[in-house]
Ligand binder design. Structure first.
Ligand code: ADP
Ligand code: MG
Length: 505
């Protein structure tokens, strides 16, 4: 029997999910791949369950707009998801929750450390025009002096369970997303779907053990807090959204919780801000005559989100008094280059003085990360990676999935750029090797077939700072995404990963 663990339950106060000790041992499934071994042998039952699952997903609101019509809701589809919840080691799940507030502190500290960002990104911005452009806006708003005094961070720290060198598996951070971290809304709907599936498959006890999860509630609570501290009851929260809005239902989950608190929400694109945005004398932001208290970006994290007008709109937003989630410094804190620098000895200690325990918890989640800056250190690791490409991932400063390089491709690219400054726009990372498990990935109009899968766990973090005082710092829920092992890279929107629910073992 496993030791008595911690169960997540809805709790009072700010945190929608409080860590609460439960008297229930986790019994089912003692190995990572194991809990559904018997269920997986009955294909007829699985086919029936898949039909139930699709209907349950639609009923619960696990929805996406279609590729063909991303801006209309007349015909929608279920978001892709797994038929069965995936086994997640309880200890690693708890570890991921326990370190989230530390990561919130860290991201906030980095965003306030002008010198650190300058030093860390110096080599990157010479070769990466997108990061350079963000950095210039960052410098420009600091030179003018910040009008913003309330800060809101919503991030998601993503992990895999590494079975490579370590036994038992170890929690290793893939990255932390500090802008437009998505699926907090839909993630709060998947447990109900998987609970239904398990009951249909004759597993009611296992169904009852699935954890409640409501990141949307935590995200909305953070936004509401920032809105309140901004202190203008008639001002709105503005979701800055993409041109093509396939994932609108995920956003609506957060948006609706704000309306429930009688907070006005408007949805605008960069283009709308360019055409209708202005600042008054005290740099209050108005869009189409509506004052905006909080700008919540669900866009703006990849170069394709910007043309010249959109860059101007971004600058206007950053110069304003409105609470940006995230402000541009916090977006920069989420770059892969920053992640790599954090792993240098002594760096966390410098950024979080007096937080030795937090530093220890954070560092325990780091995989090997390596700078490709020009110099001996970079030469050495580039040569090692070219000789052993299967051990590494090559990452550019990009978000959104599908940008990283692996294996033969990694080798070829690195051979091509190893003697050029271009290599400094990348970082190298040890490849994480999770233990695969069999599952079925359900997608609209796709045949049902079993896949060998690996999962990535994300924990949402929310914090609010007023001036120098942190007034809220919470873990706000989780997201599990699962993909077939043959895909090295890519997220849900990229069409590779699907939504999942952790089943703690
Ligand atoms: P993005 O900003 O594009 O999401 P990530 O760093 O999250 O970039 O990488 C995208 C995907 O690539 C991840 O979701 C994961 O599936 C895979 N990946 C990233 N880093 C690693 C790694 N070190 N080992 C194994 N897989 C990785
Ligand atoms: Mg990612």
């Amino acid at each position: 029997m496993l030791p008595i663990g911690w169960l997540l339950e809805a709790g009072p106060g700010y945190c929608p999910i409080a860590l609460k000790k439960a008297g229930q041992p986790a019994s089912a499934g003692s190995s990572m791949a194991g809990p559904w071994d018997v269920v997986l042998r009955d294909e007829a039952a699985l086919r029936q369950a898949a039909v139930v699952a699709m209907d349950a997903a639609l009923l619960e609101g696990v929805l996406m707009r279609t590729d063909a019509e991303p801006n209309a809701s007349e015909v929608v589809s279920c978001a892709p998801f797994t038929l069965l919840p995936s086994a997640v080691p309880r200890a690693l799940f708890e570890q991921a929750y326990a370190v989230q507030r530390d990561f919130n502190l860290l991201v906030d500290a980095i965003s306030r450390d002008k010198e650190f960002l300058e030093r860390t990104l110096a080599s990157t911005i010479k070769v990466d025009e997108f990061t350079a452009r963000l950095f210039r806006i960052h410098q420009q708003v600091l030179e003018e002096g910040l009008a913003q005094s309330v800060f809101l961070g919503i991030n998601r720290s993503d992990y895999m369970f590494d079975c490579g060198a370590a036994s038992p598996p170890a929690l290793k951070q893939i990255e932390i997303n500090t802008i437009a971290a998505s699926f907090g809304g839909l993630a709060s709907r998947t447990a109900a779907v998987h609970g239904r599936v398990l009951r249909v498959l004759g597993k009611p006890e296992e169904a009852a053990r699935l954890l409640p999860n409501d990141p949307a509630q935590g995200l909305a609570m953070g936004i509401a807090k920032a809105w309140e501290l901004y202190g203008s009851p008639s001002a709105a929260v503005m979701f800055l959204v993409e041109e093509a809005q396939r994932n609108i239902f995920d956003q609506r989950c957060v948006e609706n919780k704000l309306w429930d608190r009688n907070i006005r929400v408007i949805r605008r694109r960069f283009r709308d801000v360019y055409e209708q945005g202005s600042l008054d004398d005290s740099r209050r932001l108005y869009v189409g005559g509506q004052e905006v208290a909080v700008v919540y970006y669900r866009e703006g994290y990849v170069p394709s989100n910007y043309d010249q007008q959109n860059w101007e709109a971004r600058l206007l937003l950053e110069r304003s008094r409105a609470v940006k989630c995230p402000d541009i410094a916090t977006q920069l804190a989420g770059t892969k280059k920053v992640q790599q620098e954090l792993s240098r000895p002594g760096m966390l200690e410098k950024l979080l003085p007096g937080h030795a325990e937090a530093v220890r918890r954070i560092r325990a989640t780091f995989a090997g990360l390596y700078s490709l800056d020009v110099g001996e250190e970079g030469d050495r690791i580039a040569a090692t990676a070219i000789a052993n490409p299967e051990r590494f991932v090559l990452k550019p400063q990009r978000e959104g999935g599908g940008n990283n390089l692996y294996g033969e491709e990694l080798k070829q690219v690195l051979e091509r750029i190893k003697d050029s400054p271009e290599r400094t726009s990348y970082i190298l990372m040890d490849k994480i090797e999770p233990q695969p498990a069999v599952n079925y990935l359900l997608r609209a109009r796709s045949p049902l077939k079993a896949s060998k899968c690996i999962s990535e766990l994300g924990i949402f973090g929310v914090y609010v700072r007023q001036g120098t005082e942190l007034v809220l710092n919470e873990a706000a829920g989780h997201l599990l995404r699962t993909k077939a092992v043959e895909h090295a890279d890519g997220g849900v929107v990229a069409g590779v990963a699907v939504l999942d629910t952790p089943y703690l073992v």
